[in-house]
Design a protein around this ligand. Sequence first.
Ligand code: ATP
Length: 455
Amino acid sequence: MARDVSTLGPSEGSLEAGDSARVRTPGLVGVYGAGVALAVALPLRGESLEVGRGTPSLGESEDPRMSRKHARIRFDGQRFWVTDLGSQNGTFVDGERLLVGAPREARRIIRMGSSLFVPSADVGPLERLGVERVDGFLRGPSFRGVLDEVARASRLGTSLHIHGESGTGKEGVARAFHSLGPRSTGPFIAVNCAAIPQALAERLLFGARRGAYSGAEADAQGYLQSADGGTLFLDEVVELDLSVQAKLLRVLETGEVLALGAAKPAKVDVRVCSASHQSLRALVAKGRLREDLYFRIGRPEVVLPPLRERPEELALLLQEQVHRVEPDMGTHVSLLEACLLRPWPGNVRELLVEIRGAVQKALAEGSRRVSSAHLGSGAGTAFGDGEAGPAAREVSAKARTLEGEERARVEAALRTHSGNVSAAARELGMHRTTLRRLLERWDLPSSEREEGDEP
Ligand SMILES: Nc1ncnc2c1ncn2[C@@H]1O[C@H](COP(=O)(O)OP(=O)(O)OP(=O)(O)O)[C@@H](O)[C@H]1O
């Protein structure tokens, strides 16, 4: 995998075995300062930490709205406390201004001047590893921890299950499982099981011989045959009917697939990576997933944390998206603060769509900075009461709408550039590899001319 942009903060190294046993370092994560997104760790080595303009970990670009001695942070072993030290522009916790000298528990976001900080029980991994960008994907410490598990699973096993909310980047992780393993030169076939009509699922997965059903005029390969020698990614695997699940299990156990209408099975050698936004164990208990299939594809499992638990990535993703849409557009601290306070049920996909909309609104107003006022009121907010978290079905409905919007934009860009992937990717402000993944996923055609066009 190509490391295409160097890291923010320390870049080399990975989470070592035994990392979890390491002593935790509580502290703050600086996510925004002086008009730019950051990902810096401010560890609390003693009992407390004074933060202000000139704090060394904040780097060279100083926030002029921060006072030299702005606020003190204390950690009592469980909770963080913030005290404003008489700053000129105030200290805010989750948007509420503190009285000078009166400590307040820091919950989610601390604003000092125009800088934002997130309390964290352990900033050690961020301090050591920073946030890196590989193949167009931003990877903070928690994502990289997941990728280390994926690398192990890829080297040692033949299956992997990814559990994560919609839009958290499960497909990117599935591709990592493929490319880090011994079959990386083989095909990677991604199938969204929620999008295939169940009446066609068998035919699409296992293939069909000519004449197997009326209208079958030629032999058709199934996804399993197409993935031979490589990896089959089954997104939302539980959407497959139980009878199809039984056939899939047989293929995985025997290494043979029997196409519809075929007299003899054919050998296939496929690694399976599956994904789900719900817990597979719970789905087994509800009778929606066969227990025997669970034991074949449900282990090992990696859990992708939702975007709201990866604030250091959220700020960087947001800023990158703003610059993709309009390179000269600035960001106002209120935009970052509002986004960091919202739960983003549609995760990265939702964030990217909503930020695009906010930039377009700012442009239409002739504004040079995107602020929270440009953000849609429903952007990133939970469905339902907003307290208990959205019901899974509602989340995926919203995610489907967002995916529809993303697809419409991609189709329009391809039409404008007559199917040329490089040109369309430039217009969309996304990496070519990302666009190719989306085209594969939606089975959209592209022009062969793209390769010669590479910048
Ligand atoms: N860490 C990241 N850095 C950059 N872009 C990301 C990152 N994670 C996800 N994305 C982008 O967010 C979008 C959604 O990601 P992806 O399709 O992998 O999510 P998913 O979990 O598979 O979603 P679903 O469950 O709905 O299929 C894609 O456009 C992807 O490129």
